[in-house]
Design a protein around this ligand. Structure first.
Ligand code: GLN
Length: 195
């Protein structure tokens, strides 16, 4: 089964390269349209600009299908802007831009929760599902999960400075940081274990 990386905008190649090392390049597909989406058994929504990603999901007629697949148990990992796209509720910035959210994660997100581009940083994060060794979280204009809307469904996987930065809701996994940039494949391996 092939793993897809949504290829409409953002940090696409970095995910493709981590996945290619783990499952072989022939099993990784950049997904830009409905036809390509039907060829994969799991999908990564990368970081980038969530307003643009949301618009292109709609324009490329992927939005409704990704949403339906997510509801049916299809594994999806959203990183950074991908976390925003997966959420059910956004902040005032999401409201202002009118970006459509997939609503597959019962959380409220806040965009740019750690400041602007110049405030990008790396920090060791404890993620117990990855084992004891801390994971290097790379934060680039990162969002955070401001509120979990359904505590029975959403599992918090990691926090940093008391801010929720990684969550899982069944088949849906999301991080505020960029696991594809840390040189550590454990997060991708964890996602692949769900596939
Ligand atoms: N700040 C971006 C947004 O709100 C996300 C940043 C990222 O994905 N690196 O869309």
């Amino acid at each position: 089964m092939r793993i897809g990386v949504l290829g409409v905008q953002g940090a696409i190649e970095e995910h493709v390269s981590v996945l290619s090392r783990l499952v072989g390049a022939e099993n990784v597909l950049v997904v830009r349209d409905r036809n390509e989406l039907e060829k994969v058994g799991a999908l990564i929504i990368p970081g980038g600009e969530s307003t643009t990603i949301s618009r292109l999901l709609v324009k490329n007629k992927l939005f409704a299908r990704v949403k339906a697949l997510g509801r049916e148990g299809f594994p999806i990992l959203g990183t950074c802007a991908g976390l925003i796209s997966l959420a059910k509720q956004g902040d005032e910035q999401v409201g202002r831009t009118g970006q459509k959210l997939l609503g597959l994660l019962d959380v409220k997100v806040k965009r740019n929760a750690f400041g602007r581009q110049k405030d990008s940083f790396e920090a060791p994060i404890n993620i117990s599902v990855l084992g004891e060794k801390p994971f290097t979280g790379v934060f680039i204009r990162a969002p955070m999960v401001e509120r979990v809307l359904d505590k029975g469904k959403v599992k918090i996987l990691a926090k940093f400075n008391n801010k929720t930065i990684a969550v899982q809701q069944g088949n849906i996994l999301a991080t505020a940081f960029h696991p594809e940039l840390s040189g550590d494949a454990r997060f991708h391996n964890y996602f692949l274990s769900m596939v």
